[in-house]
Write a protein that binds this ligand. Structure first.
Ligand SMILES: [Zn+2]
Length: 367
């Protein structure tokens, strides 16, 4: 082809990303080449950039991607929902490519833990096809990826965070097994907390309590169904627990969703549960996230702690369905607060790190 594309490459954690060019290779059977329209910065991109988790290099970070089909390899005709695909269609896709045949894929239903797992924005970009992350002009989608055509009524900004933030929340939601009229505590008012609140409201939860230390996030999440918000910045743990107990008729919440990435929130969340309650840990996706807790409390009060990392393919489709169905109820279009062109990727990362916005979008081309 002889064509090239640009990508923002991280060579080492804690150093600026560098824009460089890679050649585009021929699109192979079962593959799709997309032009990236929008990629939002996820908390885990920041963790990798800041060296908080081991990351291979060189790497093109970014996995919350929306792309437009440029070319489809032989055999590609439909998306994972059997909707016909053509050049120019906008698509999103799972964060992972899984083999569908290994012990975890086939026998244990844990496709996100596939033995042959590949992940967009997580693998080395050193060898062709290079384009396997979101902070770039192009991306090659491999055959083991679940591809979903984006409904007409969803904008690129609305759809981009679906394949990580929203789909992950969907997986956590399923694990929590929350039912209508139950009470939930959401620890963290970032993008995941926002989606979790909207989902809780949509599913008829009674008390939807969100905690955070940033006031603008707590204000924002009220637009997504939070019934109560608590700024925990200057509160002691006992005061927080008391506030939760008071809001739930003296019992504590049915479930806690930890989506803040602070290990100290886990013991606190456990204390906020009613007897028989369950805590879903999702945010602390980096090593060294230790906590201590009195196990007798877990025994005596029938508590459940469950970890959820990434998601299964169905959760992404549910996420897209949810956005399509409720976009007139919840202001999802406001979740992307800032936009940056690809060549300003380092400013974009700084902005994401500052916590000033909610989701920061990087757009390689003028739309
Ligand atoms: Zn992510």
């Amino acid at each position: 082809m002889g064509k090239k594309g640009r990508a923002a490459v991280m060579h080492k954690a804690n150093t600026p990303l560098e824009i460089r060019e890679y050649p585009l290779i021929e699109v192979e059977r079962g593959h799709i080449l997309v032009k990236i329209k929008c990629c939002t910065i996820c908390g885990s991109d920041l963790h990798s950039w800041l060296g908080k988790r081991g990351t291979v290099t060189p790497i093109i970070l970014g996995h919350e991607i929306v792309g437009e089909i440029v070319e489809m390899g032989e055999g590609v005709t439909h998306d994972s929902g059997d909707r016909p695909l053509k050049v120019g269609d906008r698509i999103t896709w799972t964060i992972m490519d899984n083999c569908g045949k290994c012990y975890y894929c086939r026998e244990k239903g844990l496709t996100m833990k596939c033995i042959h797992l590949k992940k967009y924005g997580h693998d080395s970009c050193a060898s062709p096809p290079h384009f396997n992350g979101g902070f770039a002009e192009f991306c090659y989608i491999t055959p083991g990826t679940c591809v979903i055509k984006i409904p007409e009524n969803l904008s690129n900004e609305e759809a981009a965070p679906a394949n990580c933030a929203l789909a992950t929340v969907m997986a956590g939601w399923e694990a929590a097994g929350l039912r209508p009229f139950e009470n939930v505590l959401i620890q963290g008012g970032g993008a995941l907390g926002i989606y979790a609140a909207a989902l809780a409201r949509h599913n008829g939860c009674h008390k939807i309590i969100v905690t955070d230390i940033l006031e603008h996030r707590l204000e924002f999440v009220k637009g997504f169904g939070a019934t109560d918000t608590i700024n925990t910045k200057n509160l002691r743990d006992e005061e927080i627990v008391q506030a939760i107990v008071d809001l739930t008729g003296g019992f504590g919440v049915d479930a806690v969703l930890e989506v803040a990435g602070m290990p100290s929130l886990i013991p606190l969340g456990l204390k906020c549960l009613r007897k028989g309650g369950r805590l879903i840990v999702q945010g602390t996706a980096f090593s060294g996230a230790h906590f201590t807790y009195d196990a007798s409390d877990i025994v005596f009060r029938w508590l459940t702690i469950r970890g959820v990392h990434n998601y299964d393919t169905r959760h992404l489709q549910w996420g897209i369905n949810f956005l399509e169905q409720t976009r007139n109820i919840f202001p999802f279009h406001k979740i992307v607060t800032h936009n940056f062109p690809l060549h300003e990727i380092n400013q974009a990362m700084q902005m994401a790190h500052s916590g000033e916005g909610i989701r920061i979008a990087v757009k390689p081309q003028k739309s």
